[in-house]
Ligand binder design. Structure first.
Ligand code: IVH
Length: 678
């Protein structure tokens, strides 16, 4: 009986692997999808009930289902080098000259596409896939085997025999059509779209659930093989052989007898790449002969026998229609060039970012100019130049706006900053929404059930004007609300509506946020320059909101890592009546306005003593500082009359030592500190 099960598992494993190969690699389906799914289902069930017979590289691995919490770090058997880049013909000819100067008279080159994805190293033993490791830092990378097994173009078992043990390297890419579909899905779910297919491929490789990776439909192109006793003399022979063994080696490599042929290959693909369904960013030129590769060797970073010719980013020209200005969540005003729509790298471009007033000035942009637009790795293309010949003589230079397009407040530009800001932070609509979104974020109050769309809806219905308003929401106020949000460049039109479940989730999320610790509430208020870490330090130092609000400028500077900019920002924030009112309201709703001493405290042995921790210790400085706080003490960054102890590790700066001595502040060692808290 169990022999029958084993035989059936063996049979299905082989048969379905072959079906996959025929379908994905040869584009030659041999059975119907229905039949395939039925047999796969049977195999999944058999493997579940008889795991002892399951093959490690079974076709069931293609659908994923393995959860990897942490990808193990693996050292590469030999480093994954990079390639030196060239951007011009001259540099390419220099490469050829270097090879010839080395004594190689008529080098034979092989030209390949330079795939723009993420490098991967695949190990095989006895015709079986064993491990896939990312490039990492070139010396060691992450073992992402379960995720890689879901990629159909990577064989899990190899046809015919090959050398017993080998490693093959290549590039994982996301095809354009998969990329566009994935981004549409992400946007529909309210998630950030990926900037480009490379980022999407890289993000996919790091997913913990391999079933999710399987859905991403990644592909892998292979370009290098490493083994002892390779039975081939040239790289092109190896590539041909790899193809025979079922590896996804592209057909479009070419052996070139001279630089003219290399040049032709480059010129051909510089145009033809627009018709590929994946990104390439150049051409790799390699010496074909393995013995010559060996002779030339490598530097620490890259082989001397190969070079990458990088294509220039695609540029097109189009006419400027108008400049519009976007006010961001922080009040920063970004100018955007709206241009006549043009096709670039496969997408229609209507807008290009101008970043700030300096960029407009440096470009000397005039209204209705013809501009050159370039699309690099970013979603939003940029303007890289102006076609002055097409400018009309009476064209007017573009002047940056003086008032906020959202609330008409006069814009300000701080010394040394590139951006213009709208200072009306509490009444300018995008800034209010930005503050509300920041408040509910995971690292802030973590209010579940609410998102960017619902905030937009509640703002629109005038239910939210500041962060205290969250706590005035009720089920009845929420239930039944609806709004259609217009399409933007990034997101299509969508309708947000709140039904029973949505309303009760929001209310539950808001109730739960009452327990969020003080330091996170402080961060959630969105005080300029007060990030997560500073908020935690302020909370630990002052212990409660009242002490923080009444702190003087000098007292604020005593807190570790708080400098003039943060101190000024805090003073400004707390001197605003509107903010005081919001804080009073939050207090009355029962939010956490003081630190929970019981949560972190171990003892009160250092009660309110102020420490400056400096130098190198047997454990990290951060650990030491945590111990100070856990025992009721405070940390500050610089030594002043208020410092009680300087805790000195090795290599403490001589200036600090002098200052402590001149102020008569006791300098204690790590051991003495441990005694104090024993
Ligand atoms: S050969 C020793 N061939 O480009 C170098 N690399 O910038 C072996 N790449 O890390 C690399 N297409 O991830 C080679 N046809 C190709 C390639 C290619 C893309 C990537 C690879 C490498 C990076 C170097």
């Amino acid at each position: 009986m169990s022999q029958d099960v084993k035989n059936r598992i063996d049979y299905l494993t082989d048969y379905l692997s072959e079906c996959n190969y025929q379908y994905y690699m040869l584009d030659n389906p041999t059975i119907s999808d229905f039949e395939f799914d039925k047999l796969l289902e049977e195999l999944i069930n058999l493997e579940k009930n008889h795991p002892q017979f399951a093959h490690q590289n079974s076709p069931t691995q293609r659908v994923g289902g393995t959860i990897t919490k942490v990808f193990p770090t693996v050292k590469h058997d030999f480093p994954m080098l990079s390639l030196s880049n060239t951007y011009s013909e001259e540099e390419l000819f220099d490469f050829d000259k270097r090879i010839k100067d080395f004594g190689i008279e008529n080098p034979e080159y092989i030209c390949e596409l330079k795939f723009d994805g993420i490098a991967i190293s695949l190990k095989y033993e006895n015709s079986n896939f064993v491990q896939a490791v990312t490039r990492g830092d070139g010396v060691q990378g992450d073992d992402v085997s379960p995720n890689v097994k879901t990629i159909y173009s990577i064989p899990l078992t190899i046809k015919n025999s090959f050398v017993e043990k080998f490693e093959i390297r290549g590039e994982i890419i996301m095809p354009h059509k998969v990329f566009h579909r994935l981004n549409e899905e992400r946007v529909a779910k309210g998630e950030e779209p990926f900037a480009n297919p490379r980022n999407a491929a890289s993000g996919s490789m790091k997913l913990q659930d391999s079933a999710e990776v399987a859905k991403r439909r990644l592909e892998c192109y292979l370009y290098n093989v490493h083994a002892e006793n390779i039975p081939h003399k040239t790289h092109s022979e190896s590539l041909e052989a790899l193809k025979e063994h079922g590896f996804n080696v592209p057909d479009n490599f070419k052996v070139c007898k001279n630089m003219q042929e290399v040049q032709n290959f480059i010129n051909y693909w510089d145009v033809e790449r627009k018709n590929l369904d994946f990104d390439i960013d150049g051409i790799v030129v390699k010496i074909n002969d393995y013995a010559l590769q060996q002779q030339l060797g490598s530097t620490a970073k890259s082989p001397r026998w190969a070079i990458a010719y990088k294509f220039k980013a695609e540029q097109v020209s189009s006419q400027l229609r108008e400049i519009t200005y976007q006010v961001g969540r922080t009040g920063a005003v970004t100018p955007v060039a709206n241009i006549e729509p043009v096709q670039i790298s496969g997408t229609v471009v209507k807008r290009a970012s101008l970043h700030n007033a300096d960029i407009i000035r440096d470009l000397d942009l005039h209204h209705f100019d013809w501009v050159f637009v370039e699309k690099g790795g970013e979603i939003i293309p940029k303007i890289v130049g102006i076609d002055l010949e097409k400018r009309k003589t009476d064209a007017q230079a573009v002047e940056f706006i003086s008032h906020c397009p959202e609330c008409n407040t006069k814009l300000i530009r701080q010394e040394g900053e590139a951006a213009h800001y709208c200072p009306n932070e509490d009444n300018c609509p995008p800034q209010i929404k930005g503050k509300l979104e920041h408040f509910i974020a995971r690292k802030a109050m973590n209010i579940e059930g609410l998102g960017e769309g619902t905030i937009e809806l509640l703002f629109d219905k005038k239910l939210l004007r500041n962060v205290a308003d969250f706590y005035t929401l009720t089920y009845d106020k929420l239930f039944g609300l609806e709004k259609t949000i217009e399409a933007t460049d990034e997101k299509p039109e969508r309708t947000i509506s709140i039904r029973e479940k949505g309303a009760s989730n929001i209310i539950k999320g808001i109730e739960n946020s009452l327990k969020v610790p003080f330091e996170r509430l402080l961060f959630a208020l969105g005080i300029r320059f007060v990030g997560e870490t500073i908020a935690a330090k302020l909370a630990q130092h002052f212990k409660n909101i009242d002490a923080l609000m009444s702190a003087s400028y000098d007292e604020l500077l005593e807190v570790e890592d708080v400098g003039e900019q943060i101190a000024n920002s805090l003073i400004n924030y707390f001197s605003d009546m509107n903010h005081m009112f919001i804080i009073e309201q939050l207090k009355s709703f029962g939010l956490q306005m003081k630190i929970d001493e019981t949560a972190t405290s171990v003892s009160q042995k250092l009660n309110n003593q102020t420490f400056v921790v400096s130098g190198v210790f047997s454990i990290s400085r951060d650990e030491i500082k945590k111990m100070v706080i856990a025992n009721g003490g405070k940390n500050t960054g610089s030594i002043s009359g208020k410092t009680d102890f300087v805790l000195a590790g090795e290599k403490m700066g001589p200036e600090k030592k002098k200052r402590a001595e001149s102020l008569n502040i006791p300098i204690i060692s790590e051991e003495e500190f441990y005694k104090m808290i024993e």
